[in-house]
Design a protein around this ligand. Structure first.
Ligand SMILES: [Zn+2]
Ligand SMILES: [Zn+2]
Length: 128
């Protein structure tokens, strides 16, 4: 019972951390930050909890195309922009790109159900 409680507290801490930050962190980043409250936590435990959160739909795993997996506490359907300089990931809403679906449907006579898209470039800090 004690162990179960401790584990769910760790999971809650990871979940809350993901909800609080907009940086789309990696598992390593989450590990470094959760360690402040749970000094004995291991990276493997962080991974296990992240997998659980993704399985239950409380977090999403995102492949930003740079070879690292990042995690997002914002689970509504949306897209990402990756800064090639500082690796910052910015959320792009469904509304911002919804016209792409109708363009493709019009041009090819198809019916688009979903798409997977990542934008690459320089963020507003890095392009200065
Ligand atoms: Zn940047
Ligand atoms: Zn996101």
């Amino acid at each position: 019972m004690e162990a179960v409680l401790k584990h769910s507290r760790q999971r809650d801490a990871i979940k809350n951390l993901l909800k609080d930050v907009a940086c789309h962190p990696s598992a390593e980043w989450i590990y470094e930050n959760v360690k402040k409250d749970f000094p004995k936590i291991s990276l493997a435990t962080v991974y296990r909890n992240l997998n659980l959160l993704c399985d239950t739909g409380e977090a999403v795993r995102i492949d930003v195309g740079d070879g690292t997996v990042r995690y997002d506490g914002y689970v509504k359907n949306h897209y990402h922009f990756l800064c090639s300089k500082c690796r910052r990931v910015i959320d792009v809403s469904e509304d911002e790109i919804s016209h792409i679906n109708s363009e493709i449907e019009k041009n090819h006579g198809v019916s688009v159900e979903r798409h997977s898209i990542v934008f690459f470039g320089k963020c507003n800090e890095c392009k200065k």
